[in-house]
Design a protein around this ligand. Structure first.
Ligand SMILES: [Ca+2]
Length: 529
Protein backbone atom coordinates (compact mmCIF):
# COMPACT_ATOMS: atom_id res chain seq x y z
CA UNK A 1 0.00 0.00 0.00
CA UNK A 2 3.02 2.20 0.13
CA UNK A 3 3.29 4.61 -2.75
CA UNK A 4 6.03 3.20 -4.87
CA UNK A 5 8.79 5.74 -4.85
CA UNK A 6 9.58 6.59 -8.39
CA UNK A 7 13.17 7.26 -9.13
CA UNK A 8 13.82 9.34 -12.19
CA UNK A 9 15.85 7.62 -14.86
CA UNK A 10 16.74 10.95 -16.36
CA UNK A 11 15.84 14.55 -15.85
CA UNK A 12 17.03 17.79 -17.34
CA UNK A 13 16.33 19.69 -14.16
CA UNK A 14 19.54 21.01 -12.59
CA UNK A 15 21.65 18.86 -14.93
CA UNK A 16 20.00 15.69 -13.74
CA UNK A 17 19.91 16.48 -10.03
CA UNK A 18 16.20 17.25 -9.87
CA UNK A 19 14.52 20.22 -8.27
CA UNK A 20 16.06 21.90 -5.25
CA UNK A 21 13.97 23.62 -2.59
CA UNK A 22 14.76 27.09 -3.97
CA UNK A 23 13.44 26.07 -7.41
CA UNK A 24 10.14 24.86 -6.04
CA UNK A 25 9.84 27.98 -3.89
CA UNK A 26 10.35 30.12 -6.97
CA UNK A 27 8.11 28.15 -9.34
CA UNK A 28 5.18 28.05 -6.91
CA UNK A 29 5.85 31.51 -5.48
CA UNK A 30 6.16 30.19 -1.93
CA UNK A 31 6.54 33.33 0.22
CA UNK A 32 9.95 33.67 1.83
CA UNK A 33 8.58 35.62 4.80
CA UNK A 34 6.65 32.57 5.99
CA UNK A 35 8.63 29.67 7.45
CA UNK A 36 6.12 27.60 9.44
CA UNK A 37 6.93 29.26 12.77
CA UNK A 38 4.63 28.02 15.51
CA UNK A 39 3.22 25.25 13.31
CA UNK A 40 3.51 21.48 13.55
CA UNK A 41 3.33 19.17 10.54
CA UNK A 42 2.43 15.55 11.25
CA UNK A 43 3.92 13.09 8.77
CA UNK A 44 2.34 9.66 8.84
CA UNK A 45 4.69 6.81 8.08
CA UNK A 46 4.09 3.09 7.87
CA UNK A 47 7.58 1.94 6.99
CA UNK A 48 10.43 1.74 9.45
CA UNK A 49 11.69 5.24 10.04
CA UNK A 50 14.07 7.74 8.54
CA UNK A 51 17.65 8.88 8.79
CA UNK A 52 18.18 12.20 10.50
CA UNK A 53 21.67 12.27 8.95
CA UNK A 54 20.18 12.16 5.45
CA UNK A 55 17.72 14.91 6.30
CA UNK A 56 20.42 17.07 7.89
CA UNK A 57 22.64 16.64 4.84
CA UNK A 58 19.78 17.63 2.50
CA UNK A 59 18.80 20.71 4.45
CA UNK A 60 22.41 21.77 4.95
CA UNK A 61 23.24 21.43 1.25
CA UNK A 62 20.32 23.73 0.49
CA UNK A 63 21.04 26.28 3.21
CA UNK A 64 17.94 25.42 5.18
CA UNK A 65 18.14 25.69 8.96
CA UNK A 66 17.67 22.24 10.49
CA UNK A 67 14.01 21.84 11.49
CA UNK A 68 13.00 20.33 14.81
CA UNK A 69 12.10 16.72 14.12
CA UNK A 70 10.29 14.41 16.53
CA UNK A 71 9.65 10.70 16.24
CA UNK A 72 6.42 9.38 17.73
CA UNK A 73 5.81 5.65 17.73
CA UNK A 74 2.10 4.95 17.67
CA UNK A 75 2.42 1.21 18.25
CA UNK A 76 5.93 0.64 19.58
CA UNK A 77 7.62 0.50 16.16
CA UNK A 78 11.15 1.82 16.52
CA UNK A 79 12.94 4.13 14.13
CA UNK A 80 15.49 2.11 12.19
CA UNK A 81 17.24 5.36 11.25
CA UNK A 82 16.76 4.91 7.55
CA UNK A 83 18.41 1.54 7.09
CA UNK A 84 15.48 -0.11 5.30
CA UNK A 85 14.92 0.49 1.59
CA UNK A 86 11.31 1.30 2.55
CA UNK A 87 12.48 4.40 4.35
CA UNK A 88 12.66 6.47 1.17
CA UNK A 89 9.08 7.52 1.73
CA UNK A 90 9.70 8.92 5.19
CA UNK A 91 12.95 10.49 4.01
CA UNK A 92 11.40 12.44 1.16
CA UNK A 93 8.31 13.44 3.17
CA UNK A 94 10.48 14.79 5.96
CA UNK A 95 13.05 16.49 3.75
CA UNK A 96 10.50 18.26 1.55
CA UNK A 97 8.02 19.24 4.26
CA UNK A 98 11.04 20.77 6.00
CA UNK A 99 12.18 22.44 2.77
CA UNK A 100 8.85 24.29 2.52
CA UNK A 101 8.30 25.03 6.21
CA UNK A 102 11.71 24.82 7.93
CA UNK A 103 10.63 26.52 11.15
CA UNK A 104 7.70 24.14 11.66
CA UNK A 105 8.05 21.21 14.03
CA UNK A 106 8.04 18.01 12.02
CA UNK A 107 6.51 15.07 13.84
CA UNK A 108 6.84 11.65 12.25
CA UNK A 109 4.05 9.36 13.47
CA UNK A 110 5.21 5.83 12.86
CA UNK A 111 3.14 2.64 12.89
CA UNK A 112 3.68 -0.75 11.31
CA UNK A 113 1.42 -1.37 8.33
CA UNK A 114 1.72 -5.16 8.25
CA UNK A 115 1.42 -7.10 5.02
CA UNK A 116 -2.17 -6.51 3.94
CA UNK A 117 -4.48 -3.60 3.18
CA UNK A 118 -6.52 -4.58 6.22
CA UNK A 119 -3.55 -4.28 8.57
CA UNK A 120 -2.53 -1.03 6.89
CA UNK A 121 -6.03 0.36 7.46
CA UNK A 122 -5.81 -0.71 11.12
CA UNK A 123 -2.47 1.07 11.46
CA UNK A 124 -3.86 4.21 9.84
CA UNK A 125 -6.92 4.17 12.11
CA UNK A 126 -4.72 3.72 15.18
CA UNK A 127 -2.51 6.61 14.06
CA UNK A 128 -5.40 8.99 13.37
CA UNK A 129 -6.92 8.18 16.76
CA UNK A 130 -3.55 8.78 18.38
CA UNK A 131 -3.25 12.19 16.72
CA UNK A 132 -6.80 13.16 17.69
CA UNK A 133 -5.68 12.77 21.28
CA UNK A 134 -2.13 14.04 20.88
CA UNK A 135 -2.15 17.02 23.22
CA UNK A 136 1.64 17.20 23.16
CA UNK A 137 2.25 18.12 19.51
CA UNK A 138 -1.20 19.11 18.20
CA UNK A 139 -0.27 19.33 14.52
CA UNK A 140 -2.33 21.64 12.29
CA UNK A 141 -1.70 19.63 9.14
CA UNK A 142 -0.97 15.98 8.28
CA UNK A 143 0.68 14.48 5.23
CA UNK A 144 -0.26 10.93 4.20
CA UNK A 145 1.54 9.45 1.21
CA UNK A 146 -0.03 6.01 1.33
CA UNK A 147 -3.00 4.37 -0.31
CA UNK A 148 -4.39 2.18 -3.08
CA UNK A 149 -7.62 1.62 -4.98
CA UNK A 150 -10.72 1.94 -2.81
CA UNK A 151 -11.63 -1.62 -3.73
CA UNK A 152 -8.48 -2.88 -2.01
CA UNK A 153 -9.95 -1.82 1.34
CA UNK A 154 -12.82 -2.88 3.50
CA UNK A 155 -15.52 -0.27 3.07
CA UNK A 156 -16.24 -0.06 6.80
CA UNK A 157 -12.59 0.70 7.44
CA UNK A 158 -12.70 3.55 4.91
CA UNK A 159 -15.80 4.95 6.57
CA UNK A 160 -14.07 4.82 9.95
CA UNK A 161 -11.00 6.57 8.51
CA UNK A 162 -13.27 9.18 6.95
CA UNK A 163 -14.96 9.82 10.29
CA UNK A 164 -11.61 10.27 12.00
CA UNK A 165 -10.36 12.64 9.30
CA UNK A 166 -13.56 14.70 9.57
CA UNK A 167 -13.04 14.91 13.33
CA UNK A 168 -9.44 16.01 12.84
CA UNK A 169 -10.48 18.59 10.25
CA UNK A 170 -13.10 19.99 12.62
CA UNK A 171 -10.34 20.43 15.21
CA UNK A 172 -8.22 22.40 12.77
CA UNK A 173 -6.01 19.56 11.52
CA UNK A 174 -5.99 19.57 7.72
CA UNK A 175 -5.34 16.10 6.32
CA UNK A 176 -3.50 16.00 2.96
CA UNK A 177 -3.36 12.69 1.08
CA UNK A 178 -1.58 11.86 -2.16
CA UNK A 179 -3.99 10.84 -4.92
CA UNK A 180 -1.85 7.97 -6.21
CA UNK A 181 0.65 7.31 -8.95
CA UNK A 182 -1.23 4.86 -11.16
CA UNK A 183 -3.48 7.30 -12.96
CA UNK A 184 -7.16 6.48 -13.31
CA UNK A 185 -6.32 2.77 -12.99
CA UNK A 186 -5.42 3.45 -9.39
CA UNK A 187 -3.95 0.12 -8.30
CA UNK A 188 -0.38 -0.79 -7.46
CA UNK A 189 -1.02 -4.33 -8.68
CA UNK A 190 -0.87 -4.18 -12.50
CA UNK A 191 -2.98 -7.36 -12.71
CA UNK A 192 -6.05 -5.81 -11.12
CA UNK A 193 -9.38 -5.38 -12.86
CA UNK A 194 -8.61 -3.13 -15.85
CA UNK A 195 -11.11 -0.41 -14.95
CA UNK A 196 -10.90 2.96 -13.26
CA UNK A 197 -10.34 2.93 -9.50
CA UNK A 198 -10.36 5.98 -7.28
CA UNK A 199 -7.62 5.99 -4.69
CA UNK A 200 -8.28 5.64 -0.96
CA UNK A 201 -7.89 7.19 1.53
CA UNK A 202 -7.48 10.21 -0.84
CA UNK A 203 -11.15 9.89 -1.84
CA UNK A 204 -12.31 10.84 1.67
CA UNK A 205 -14.31 14.06 1.32
CA UNK A 206 -12.83 15.84 4.35
CA UNK A 207 -9.26 15.20 3.16
CA UNK A 208 -7.40 17.25 0.57
CA UNK A 209 -6.41 14.94 -2.29
CA UNK A 210 -3.12 16.07 -3.81
CA UNK A 211 -2.42 15.01 -7.38
CA UNK A 212 0.60 15.36 -9.63
CA UNK A 213 1.85 17.52 -12.47
CA UNK A 214 4.89 17.73 -14.66
CA UNK A 215 6.54 21.10 -14.05
CA UNK A 216 9.23 22.48 -16.34
CA UNK A 217 11.87 24.93 -15.10
CA UNK A 218 10.27 27.68 -17.22
CA UNK A 219 7.01 27.21 -15.33
CA UNK A 220 5.17 25.27 -18.04
CA UNK A 221 2.99 22.74 -16.25
CA UNK A 222 1.00 19.78 -17.56
CA UNK A 223 -0.68 16.80 -15.96
CA UNK A 224 1.73 14.06 -14.91
CA UNK A 225 0.98 11.84 -17.91
CA UNK A 226 2.41 8.38 -18.43
CA UNK A 227 4.99 8.40 -21.20
CA UNK A 228 6.73 5.10 -20.52
CA UNK A 229 9.15 3.60 -18.03
CA UNK A 230 11.08 6.86 -17.91
CA UNK A 231 8.39 8.56 -15.88
CA UNK A 232 6.78 5.52 -14.30
CA UNK A 233 3.17 6.51 -13.67
CA UNK A 234 0.47 9.14 -13.90
CA UNK A 235 -1.42 11.34 -11.49
CA UNK A 236 -4.13 9.50 -9.57
CA UNK A 237 -7.63 10.82 -10.16
CA UNK A 238 -11.20 9.77 -10.67
CA UNK A 239 -14.48 9.41 -8.83
CA UNK A 240 -15.17 7.53 -5.63
CA UNK A 241 -17.39 4.48 -5.48
CA UNK A 242 -17.51 4.74 -1.68
CA UNK A 243 -18.06 8.41 -0.91
CA UNK A 244 -20.88 10.35 -2.48
CA UNK A 245 -20.19 13.67 -4.14
CA UNK A 246 -19.95 16.22 -1.35
CA UNK A 247 -21.90 19.46 -1.53
CA UNK A 248 -18.79 21.33 -2.59
CA UNK A 249 -18.81 19.27 -5.79
CA UNK A 250 -22.52 19.73 -6.42
CA UNK A 251 -22.02 20.85 -9.99
CA UNK A 252 -20.31 17.58 -10.92
CA UNK A 253 -22.24 15.20 -13.17
CA UNK A 254 -20.78 12.21 -11.34
CA UNK A 255 -22.25 10.66 -8.21
CA UNK A 256 -18.99 10.07 -6.33
CA UNK A 257 -16.45 12.38 -4.73
CA UNK A 258 -14.09 13.50 -7.46
CA UNK A 259 -10.35 13.74 -6.93
CA UNK A 260 -7.74 15.16 -6.77
CA UNK A 261 -8.46 18.66 -5.44
CA UNK A 262 -5.15 20.30 -6.33
CA UNK A 263 -1.87 19.13 -7.85
CA UNK A 264 1.79 19.98 -7.64
CA UNK A 265 4.85 18.68 -9.44
CA UNK A 266 5.15 14.89 -9.12
CA UNK A 267 6.50 13.57 -12.40
CA UNK A 268 9.78 11.77 -11.68
CA UNK A 269 11.07 13.11 -15.00
CA UNK A 270 10.84 16.54 -13.39
CA UNK A 271 11.49 15.10 -9.95
CA UNK A 272 12.78 16.38 -6.65
CA UNK A 273 16.18 15.86 -5.15
CA UNK A 274 16.44 13.99 -1.86
CA UNK A 275 19.27 12.44 0.11
CA UNK A 276 18.75 8.78 0.86
CA UNK A 277 21.29 6.62 2.65
CA UNK A 278 23.85 9.34 2.07
CA UNK A 279 23.30 9.50 -1.69
CA UNK A 280 21.58 12.10 -3.81
CA UNK A 281 18.54 10.79 -5.64
CA UNK A 282 15.74 12.23 -7.74
CA UNK A 283 12.25 11.12 -6.81
CA UNK A 284 8.71 11.74 -7.97
CA UNK A 285 5.17 10.66 -7.34
CA UNK A 286 2.28 12.19 -5.47
CA UNK A 287 4.29 11.02 -2.46
CA UNK A 288 6.22 14.26 -2.88
CA UNK A 289 3.54 16.67 -4.04
CA UNK A 290 1.60 15.82 -0.87
CA UNK A 291 4.19 16.83 1.76
CA UNK A 292 5.03 19.94 -0.31
CA UNK A 293 1.37 20.93 -0.23
CA UNK A 294 1.17 20.10 3.50
CA UNK A 295 4.12 22.44 4.04
CA UNK A 296 2.21 25.21 2.24
CA UNK A 297 -0.79 24.59 4.52
CA UNK A 298 1.54 25.03 7.51
CA UNK A 299 2.59 28.41 6.06
CA UNK A 300 -1.07 29.29 5.61
CA UNK A 301 -1.73 28.49 9.27
CA UNK A 302 1.28 30.57 10.29
CA UNK A 303 -0.16 33.49 8.33
CA UNK A 304 -3.57 32.94 9.91
CA UNK A 305 -1.99 32.99 13.34
CA UNK A 306 -0.36 36.33 12.48
CA UNK A 307 -3.84 37.63 11.69
CA UNK A 308 -5.22 36.29 14.97
CA UNK A 309 -7.14 33.47 13.32
CA UNK A 310 -7.14 29.78 14.17
CA UNK A 311 -5.89 27.06 11.83
CA UNK A 312 -7.81 26.51 8.62
CA UNK A 313 -10.70 24.04 8.70
CA UNK A 314 -12.77 22.58 5.88
CA UNK A 315 -9.98 23.18 3.43
CA UNK A 316 -11.24 20.54 0.99
CA UNK A 317 -14.49 22.46 0.78
CA UNK A 318 -12.95 25.92 0.71
CA UNK A 319 -10.84 24.88 -2.26
CA UNK A 320 -14.13 24.70 -4.19
CA UNK A 321 -16.32 27.35 -2.60
CA UNK A 322 -13.55 29.97 -2.75
CA UNK A 323 -12.06 28.73 -6.02
CA UNK A 324 -12.40 32.05 -7.82
CA UNK A 325 -10.13 33.79 -5.30
CA UNK A 326 -7.46 31.13 -5.00
CA UNK A 327 -5.39 31.92 -8.10
CA UNK A 328 -5.19 28.35 -9.33
CA UNK A 329 -2.84 27.59 -12.15
CA UNK A 330 -5.22 25.61 -14.34
CA UNK A 331 -3.71 22.56 -16.03
CA UNK A 332 -5.21 21.82 -19.44
CA UNK A 333 -2.73 19.45 -21.04
CA UNK A 334 -2.23 15.74 -20.37
CA UNK A 335 -4.27 12.87 -18.95
CA UNK A 336 -4.06 10.04 -16.44
CA UNK A 337 -4.43 7.02 -18.68
CA UNK A 338 -2.41 4.17 -17.16
CA UNK A 339 -2.02 0.41 -17.41
CA UNK A 340 -4.36 0.26 -20.38
CA UNK A 341 -7.16 2.03 -18.54
CA UNK A 342 -8.34 5.20 -20.22
CA UNK A 343 -7.99 8.11 -17.88
CA UNK A 344 -9.41 11.59 -17.59
CA UNK A 345 -8.02 14.45 -19.65
CA UNK A 346 -6.83 17.69 -18.14
CA UNK A 347 -9.31 20.29 -19.37
CA UNK A 348 -10.14 23.91 -18.65
CA UNK A 349 -11.22 24.18 -15.01
CA UNK A 350 -11.39 21.31 -12.52
CA UNK A 351 -10.66 17.83 -13.89
CA UNK A 352 -10.31 14.33 -12.43
CA UNK A 353 -6.66 14.37 -13.36
CA UNK A 354 -5.19 17.48 -11.69
CA UNK A 355 -8.19 18.89 -9.78
CA UNK A 356 -8.05 22.68 -9.94
CA UNK A 357 -4.38 22.43 -10.91
CA UNK A 358 -1.36 23.96 -9.20
CA UNK A 359 -1.18 27.13 -7.13
CA UNK A 360 0.58 30.42 -6.67
CA UNK A 361 1.34 29.80 -3.01
CA UNK A 362 1.60 33.45 -1.94
CA UNK A 363 -1.79 34.36 -3.43
CA UNK A 364 -3.34 31.09 -2.27
CA UNK A 365 -2.17 31.65 1.31
CA UNK A 366 -3.22 35.28 1.42
CA UNK A 367 -6.73 34.49 0.16
CA UNK A 368 -7.26 31.63 2.61
CA UNK A 369 -5.67 33.53 5.50
CA UNK A 370 -8.58 35.97 5.35
CA UNK A 371 -11.28 33.31 5.59
CA UNK A 372 -13.11 33.18 8.88
CA UNK A 373 -13.58 29.44 9.30
CA UNK A 374 -16.08 29.90 12.11
CA UNK A 375 -18.56 31.31 9.64
CA UNK A 376 -17.11 30.20 6.36
CA UNK A 377 -19.84 27.79 5.42
CA UNK A 378 -20.99 28.71 1.96
CA UNK A 379 -24.58 28.75 0.86
CA UNK A 380 -24.33 25.46 -0.99
CA UNK A 381 -24.07 23.22 2.05
CA UNK A 382 -25.69 19.83 2.34
CA UNK A 383 -28.95 21.21 3.65
CA UNK A 384 -28.86 24.27 1.43
CA UNK A 385 -30.06 26.35 4.33
CA UNK A 386 -28.78 28.28 7.28
CA UNK A 387 -25.24 28.18 6.05
CA UNK A 388 -24.08 31.49 7.38
CA UNK A 389 -22.76 31.29 10.87
CA UNK A 390 -22.93 27.55 10.77
CA UNK A 391 -20.76 26.26 13.61
CA UNK A 392 -17.64 24.30 12.93
CA UNK A 393 -19.18 21.13 14.23
CA UNK A 394 -21.90 21.42 11.67
CA UNK A 395 -19.33 21.67 8.93
CA UNK A 396 -17.77 18.53 10.20
CA UNK A 397 -21.16 16.95 10.07
CA UNK A 398 -21.81 17.82 6.50
CA UNK A 399 -18.46 16.34 5.62
CA UNK A 400 -19.07 13.09 7.47
CA UNK A 401 -22.51 12.98 5.94
CA UNK A 402 -21.32 12.37 2.47
CA UNK A 403 -20.62 8.68 2.89
CA UNK A 404 -22.89 6.37 1.00
CA UNK A 405 -22.33 3.30 3.11
CA UNK A 406 -24.80 2.36 5.76
CA UNK A 407 -25.13 -0.76 7.86
CA UNK A 408 -27.51 -3.37 6.49
CA UNK A 409 -31.11 -2.94 7.60
CA UNK A 410 -32.06 -5.01 10.63
CA UNK A 411 -35.43 -5.73 9.17
CA UNK A 412 -36.27 -6.28 5.51
CA UNK A 413 -39.19 -3.83 5.80
CA UNK A 414 -37.27 -1.03 7.49
CA UNK A 415 -34.48 0.76 5.65
CA UNK A 416 -31.46 2.33 7.30
CA UNK A 417 -31.28 6.07 6.75
CA UNK A 418 -28.97 8.96 7.44
CA UNK A 419 -30.83 12.26 7.44
CA UNK A 420 -30.34 15.91 8.14
CA UNK A 421 -33.43 17.64 9.48
CA UNK A 422 -34.84 20.43 11.59
CA UNK A 423 -36.23 19.69 15.04
CA UNK A 424 -39.87 20.73 15.02
CA UNK A 425 -41.08 19.91 18.50
CA UNK A 426 -39.46 18.24 21.49
CA UNK A 427 -41.58 16.01 23.74
CA UNK A 428 -40.84 15.23 27.32
CA UNK A 429 -38.40 12.35 27.64
CA UNK A 430 -40.13 9.02 28.00
CA UNK A 431 -39.19 6.80 30.90
CA UNK A 432 -40.75 3.37 30.59
CA UNK A 433 -39.58 0.62 32.95
CA UNK A 434 -36.28 2.43 33.48
CA UNK A 435 -35.60 2.83 29.76
CA UNK A 436 -35.07 6.45 28.73
CA UNK A 437 -35.90 7.91 25.34
CA UNK A 438 -35.77 11.37 23.83
CA UNK A 439 -38.87 11.86 21.73
CA UNK A 440 -39.22 14.66 19.20
CA UNK A 441 -40.58 15.51 15.78
CA UNK A 442 -38.44 16.55 12.84
CA UNK A 443 -39.28 18.18 9.53
CA UNK A 444 -37.43 19.27 6.37
CA UNK A 445 -35.80 15.86 6.20
CA UNK A 446 -32.94 15.72 3.74
CA UNK A 447 -31.82 12.16 3.04
CA UNK A 448 -28.03 11.91 3.08
CA UNK A 449 -27.85 8.15 2.63
CA UNK A 450 -30.24 5.26 2.55
CA UNK A 451 -30.05 1.49 2.36
CA UNK A 452 -33.00 -0.81 1.80
CA UNK A 453 -35.21 1.76 0.03
CA UNK A 454 -34.84 4.93 -2.02
CA UNK A 455 -34.89 8.54 -0.86
CA UNK A 456 -38.32 8.91 -2.48
CA UNK A 457 -39.70 6.48 0.09
CA UNK A 458 -38.81 8.83 2.93
CA UNK A 459 -41.32 11.45 4.04
CA UNK A 460 -40.19 14.98 4.82
CA UNK A 461 -41.19 14.58 8.49
CA UNK A 462 -40.77 11.91 11.14
CA UNK A 463 -40.95 11.12 14.80
CA UNK A 464 -37.63 10.33 16.44
CA UNK A 465 -36.94 8.11 19.42
CA UNK A 466 -33.42 8.10 20.87
CA UNK A 467 -32.67 5.63 23.63
CA UNK A 468 -30.08 6.62 26.22
CA UNK A 469 -28.70 5.86 29.63
CA UNK A 470 -28.30 2.10 29.38
CA UNK A 471 -26.16 -0.42 27.55
CA UNK A 472 -28.61 -0.53 24.64
CA UNK A 473 -28.71 3.19 23.98
CA UNK A 474 -26.49 6.25 23.99
CA UNK A 475 -24.40 6.64 27.15
CA UNK A 476 -26.38 9.66 28.31
CA UNK A 477 -28.97 12.20 27.26
CA UNK A 478 -28.31 14.77 24.51
CA UNK A 479 -28.39 18.22 26.13
CA UNK A 480 -30.51 21.13 24.93
CA UNK A 481 -32.59 19.46 22.24
CA UNK A 482 -34.45 22.49 20.94
CA UNK A 483 -36.99 23.19 18.24
CA UNK A 484 -35.56 25.03 15.27
CA UNK A 485 -32.13 23.39 15.56
CA UNK A 486 -30.58 21.15 12.92
CA UNK A 487 -29.85 17.54 13.70
CA UNK A 488 -28.26 14.67 11.85
CA UNK A 489 -29.41 11.14 12.59
CA UNK A 490 -28.64 7.67 11.41
CA UNK A 491 -30.94 4.83 12.29
CA UNK A 492 -33.79 2.60 11.22
CA UNK A 493 -36.75 4.15 9.41
CA UNK A 494 -40.23 2.79 10.01
CA UNK A 495 -42.66 4.10 7.39
CA UNK A 496 -45.74 3.43 9.50
CA UNK A 497 -45.87 4.40 13.13
CA UNK A 498 -46.58 1.28 15.10
CA UNK A 499 -43.61 1.47 17.42
CA UNK A 500 -44.19 4.51 19.63
CA UNK A 501 -47.86 5.23 19.12
CA UNK A 502 -48.67 6.61 22.55
CA UNK A 503 -46.22 9.35 23.24
CA UNK A 504 -47.44 12.32 21.30
CA UNK A 505 -46.50 11.11 17.87
CA UNK A 506 -49.32 12.10 15.55
CA UNK A 507 -48.66 9.07 13.35
CA UNK A 508 -45.51 10.13 11.58
CA UNK A 509 -42.96 7.66 10.35
CA UNK A 510 -40.37 6.80 13.01
CA UNK A 511 -36.59 6.96 13.05
CA UNK A 512 -35.06 4.98 15.89
CA UNK A 513 -32.12 2.71 16.73
CA UNK A 514 -29.84 5.74 16.53
CA UNK A 515 -27.47 4.11 18.98
CA UNK A 516 -24.40 1.96 18.49
CA UNK A 517 -23.57 -0.01 16.42
CA UNK A 518 -25.91 1.05 13.63
CA UNK A 519 -26.68 4.66 14.23
CA UNK A 520 -25.58 7.96 15.65
CA UNK A 521 -26.76 11.48 16.30
CA UNK A 522 -24.90 14.70 15.55
CA UNK A 523 -26.29 17.70 17.35
CA UNK A 524 -24.73 21.13 17.85
CA UNK A 525 -21.39 19.89 16.59
CA UNK A 526 -21.18 16.85 18.88
CA UNK A 527 -21.52 13.27 17.85
CA UNK A 528 -23.42 10.83 20.03
CA UNK A 529 -23.15 7.09 19.47
CA1 LIG B 1 -7.75 21.82 -15.48
Amino acid sequence: MKRKILFATETDVNQGQGYFPQDIRRLYNIPSNLTGTGQTIGILEFSNGYSMNDARQFWTEHNIGIPNVFFVSVDGTQNDNGRSADDEEASLDLQWAGAVAPQAKLVVYEATAGATFATFADALIATLKYILNDTKFQPSVLSISYGDAESSFDQNALVEISDLIAQLDAKGVTVCISSGDQGAYGMHDPRGLPVRHADAPASIPAAVAVGGTSLQPDGTETAWTYLGPQNGGATGGGFSDVFAKPTYQQSSQESGRGLPDVSLNADPATGYQIIFQGQRAVVGGTSVSCPVFAGIVALLNERREQLGKGPIRNLSRLLYTNASELSYKDITVGNNTFNGVKGFPAVTGWDACTGFGAIDAAKFIEALAQVDVQSAAPSNTESGAQAKGEPVGAMMRSQTSSMTTLPAPRSPDHPMVRVLAMIQQVEQDADVKGVHHHHFLIRDIHVLAIRGATANDIKSYAFVAIRYGDSEGLPGPIPNLTAGQEIELQGEYIPINDVYPSVGNPGDPVIHFTHHPDGYVIYQGKKYE
